[in-house]
Design a protein around this ligand. Structure first.
Ligand code: XIL
Length: 380
């Protein structure tokens, strides 16, 4: 998109999106609706991305549930135009969607997906085949290859079928790799080997032809044996003419030791040059608590670089943070001593990293990095 096209694009936005100003609830004057800032999604679209989004959960599943006193302010930000995309953090996972063999439950997933629809947001759907948060029955049964194939096909058929036509993308396969790039010994791999990967993508392609089909994993944000493993998956499917459209870089990063801008760019390009798109799908950047001016400054830089890398590489299509509000992050419960990984503090003021993201989305990394920059950057 050139400048004239960008202006056309702006002109085509509904008025409610283009100049929306809710003017409330931002104690520190940051966040959407104060001054010239029209929200992260607005800036992302202007920079040529499809969306800037935030994953969210149903109140009952949230990490700090119940925390009802926060909900009104939370909802105002979540659904108020700051974000143009969402992902249900839990509700579509196997554990929720097929808790017993052949018994499907879409209640939790539907709550988030219908909010996305009502608010006209892109929806990323997550995750069809994953070793974690798997319903116990899948792991506790001794399957023949034939039986497990049927289990996978039935699960994908029912779950992707339920949300057919609603998902911009499906994470068809999540975290199938070890750090050295070899396959994780999940129940699926143990019984079926590499075949389960082909079967999952083949089935998803049949069931929801309109959804982009993604492989999604963590530690893919700088080149490594694991990024090579993910490239191998892309090539494997391509060779068999099975559709895969994208690779999701979860981007669960660490403020004190993040990859560099160039490493991010190299990793993203390693995938885009294979002809698949890339998205940052679960971005959060945790720090050693307590948050200090120093580690928050590191976090700001890390957010700027990872978002900036996505902006700089054509083929990186969007960014999703894994919730936006620190109290609802998964980080403190999984990484003791670490936290504050998102863009809004508990009191709903924004992190310095929010400004880092704004900077990246308004070409803050211009002149740095070695990526072929988008031709459609607003300030380029
Ligand atoms: C996390 C959720 O945020 C938590 O609420 C849940 O208890 C565990 O899973 N990689 C993924 C996500 O693909 O689904 C995970 O989400 C975080 C790591």
């Amino acid at each position: 998109m050139h400048l004239s096209a960008s202006l056309l694009f702006l002109a085509s936005l509904p008025l409610s999106m283009a100049g929306k100003d809710n003017g409330k609830g931002k104690d520190n004057g940051k966040g959407k609706g104060q001054g010239p800032n029209q929200g992260l999604d607005f800036l992302a679209k202007r920079a040529g991305l499809k969306y800037f989004g935030a994953a969210t959960d149903t109140p009952g599943q949230r990490e700090r549930a119940p925390y009802a006193s926060a909900y009104a302010q939370y909802d105002e930000i979540m659904w108020g135009g700051e974000f143009g995309q969402t992902t249900p953090t839990n509700g579509q996972k196997w554990l929720f969607a097929e808790p017993e063999h052949g018994t499907f439950n879409f209640t939790e997933g539907d709550i988030v997906t219908s909010k996305a629809r009502e608010n006209g947001m892109y929806l990323r759907c997550h995750a069809l085949v994953w070793h974690s948060q798997l319903a116990p029955w899948v792991e506790s049964t001794e399957w023949t290859p034939e039986e497990l194939r049927q289990v996978i096909v039935d699960h994908i058929t029912k779950v992707a079928g339920h949300w057919k036509g609603q998902c911009y993308a499906w994470d068809v396969l999540n975290e199938a790799l070890n750090e050295d790039g070899t396959y994780r010994e999940s129940v699926f791999y143990k019984v079926l080997g590499e075949e389960y990967i082909k079967l999952a993508f083949q089935t998803a392609a049949k069931v929801d032809p309109g959804a982009k089909l993604y492989y999604n994993d963590y530690n893919l944000e700088s080149p490594s044996a694991k990024t090579e493993g993910a490239q191998r998956i892309v090539k494997l499917l391509r060779k068999e003419r099975i559709r895969i459209d994208g690779v999701g870089l979860q981007a669960h990063l660490i403020a004190e030791t993040p990859p560099t801008l160039d490493q991010h760019i190299d990793a993203i390009q390693g995938f885009t040059k294979l002809g698949v798109e890339v998205a940052l799908t679960e971005l959060d950047i945790r720090l050693q608590t307590p948050a200090t001016a120093e580690n928050l400054a590191m976090q700001r830089e890390a957010y700027k670089n990872v978002v900036g890398a996505c902006v700089q590489v054509c083929g990186c299509i969007g960014v999703t943070i894994w919730d936006f509000y620190d109290p609802f992050s998964w980080v403190p419960s999984v990484f003791p001593g670490e936290g504050a990984p998102l863009l809004w503090f508990e009191d709903f003021t924004t992190h310095p990293a929010y400004d880092g993201v704004v900077e990246a989305l308004t070409n803050g990394t211009k002149g740095h990095g070695k990526g072929k920059r988008r031709s459609n950057l607003w300030t380029a």
